[in-house]
Design a protein around this ligand. Sequence first.
Ligand code: PBG
Length: 344
Amino acid sequence: MSNTTYNRGLFPKTRMRRNRKSPSLRGLVQESNLSTSSLIQPLFVMEGNKKSEPVDTMPGINRLSPDLILEEAKILSSLGISALAIFPAIEKSKKSLFCEEAHNPKGLIQQTIKLVKKYVPDLMLITDVALDPYTVHGHDGVLDQNGFIDNDETNKILTKQALSHAEAGADIVGPSDMMDGRILNLREAFEKNQFENTGIMAYSAKFASNYYGPFRSAIGTSQSSADIDKSSYQMDFHNSDEALHECALDLKEGADILLIKPGMPYLDIISKVKETFRVPTFAYQVSGEYSMHCLAIERKIFDKDAIIMESLTAFKRAGADAILTYFAKEAAQIIQKPGNSQYR
Ligand code: PBG
């Protein structure tokens, strides 16, 4: 705290409640604000036509076939949402040891990107660069003879995968795999192939977290986070200096945006990263955080609109510029609801 704060008058010269007297006064002194344009909606895509399948572990979330992703994209765009983050649920028969499907130009994700960019070009598309939907074991990379994730071999496949996303028209790729050196690999490949304007949102500080469990069942990699241990590549949740180190490396390698994940239990990391680097910093309110909130809302422990807005505004206060959240659509609707001027 700076001296200016201490030098202010004591009670009764200073009464903190004076600035809290009315909604409009509170509006004037409000320091952070959640706007629809900073929301990114993650969506799960699956094969088929007119198919929608509920994700058991995530109330209200469905896997959608590409045509329905397009319909949803139109709605989200008209609500003012800036971007989608799309994740594929890949059929078992297309999974393999070396993930050929990950860079198939006619693959599920590649086709979905083309379709959405054709009809909703202004909506930014962020893709997931990682192999977990495509490996038989659900890890984010390929295994060496000892069963260890092979960093450099994985990077080669990730680079092909990212190029196939860029070719299909992705605006930003999001490497969520946590291999070393992958940002450099991707950036060099993009420069070489005339994709110099394709962005990289690096999942720089991605912690090995139990909060990913519902996502893993959504994309069909496992039933719970206990089934699969990613701690040889994702970060140890005891650490924060290491998160800054990861971010520094990704920036040097050519990242445009840093992402911190999970979100709410990691607000300290978001805050430090923003303070340290002063670059675009995004947060991911992950599947477990979403489902936790939904269950408490269902049990009427929380008021839905109020808790969604509080949980998301906390990210802005911590310093996040944009937020990936499964509540994006609902938050946009809450912000726009007549009578909800306190949220605008
Ligand atoms: C994996 C990936 C994960 C998430 C996004 N990409 C899970 C994992 O690392 O196992 C989690 C997102 C969420 O929980 O909402 N590449």
